[in-house]
Design a binder for this molecule. Structure first.
Ligand SMILES: N[C@@H](CCC(=O)N[C@@H](CS)C(=O)NCC(=O)O)C(=O)O
Length: 241
């Protein structure tokens, strides 16, 4: 069996899959794309994923997208280190968390991330060069997102996203008051998928996540960060440019 992973390095949706790969020690052919150099919109990559996004898993020549789906797929293929609760109730709780992350939490964190990324990478890019890159972006919504990253999202949008992050952190604090991990007694995809989106929040919006405001979430974040698999994957982050 051959597995190939196209990813953007240890961040957000790509991080979910990289953590699963490392927890399970799954061998794979590693294709790392530089997202701020727009490699995900390169015509060669768009042939692999017409949406021009990562992560993408290729299993014996067949393509699978959607990070959470890929994580479940890998857990089914490599069940020796289980990352989904066996108990159906807790498995449902795991899915409630991964769904919440994909449909709600990811979006508000990502807007703050794109705002920061825009300032660092595309705000000062010459107009012509930027428009050439945007012309290659296949998804209309992503074209808008890249333009917003360049021009700034504006305070109305950013303050609404901050409100949603506060709501998400309160949900984390609540659930972690009742259980050790997000889907019960064992580390699971709920933790992996939430961590992958959440680990940047203490830097992007420190008022929302810090030892005083959200002690349980911070302790959980540290517990995930201290896992050998997380350390190994995070060590591959490039130095800040
Ligand atoms: N729902 C998809 C979202 C994939 C996604 O948003 N990927 C981002 C990286 S985290 C991406 O490729 N962004 C680059 C772009 O859209 O230009 C998933 O969970 O895999």
């Amino acid at each position: 069996m051959t597995l190939e992973l196209y990813h953007g390095g240890p961040g957000a949706n790509s991080l979910k899959v990289l953590l699963v790969m490392e927890e399970k020690k799954i061998p794979f052919v590693d294709h790392r794309l530089n997202l701020v150099k727009f490699e995900q919109h390169d015509p060669e990559f768009v042939k692999i994923n017409p949406r021009g996004q990562v992560p993408v898993l290729i299993h014996d020549g067949r393509q699978i997208t959607e990070s959470t789906v890929i994580c479940e797929y890998l857990d089914a293929l490599y069940p020796q280190v289980p990352l989904r609760p066996k108990d159906e109730y807790w498995r449902a709780q795991m899915r409630i968390w991964t769904k919440f992350v994909d449909e709600y939490f990811c979006w508000c964190v990502s807007t703050l991330g794109w705002e920061a990324l825009g300032k660092r990478f595309v705000r000062d890019m010459p107009e012509k060069e930027f428009e050439e890159y945007v012309a290659r972006v296949p998804l209309h919504e992503q074209k808008i997102k890249w333009r917003n990253a360049r021009n700034g999202f504006g305070e109305t949008v950013l303050s609404e996203e901050r409100r949603k992050i506060l709501f998400s952190v309160a949900k984390l604090e609540h659930d972690l008051g009742e259980r050790k991990w997000l889907a019960g007694d064992n580390y699971s995809l709920a933790d992996i998928c939430t961590y992958s989106i959440c680990f940047g929040v203490p830097f992007l919006y420190p008022e929302a996540m810090n030892d005083k405001a959200s002690p349980r979430s911070m302790a959980w974040l540290n517990a995930v960060s201290e896992r050998p698999a997380t350390k190994a994957v995070m060590a591959t982050r490039p130095p800040r440019q």
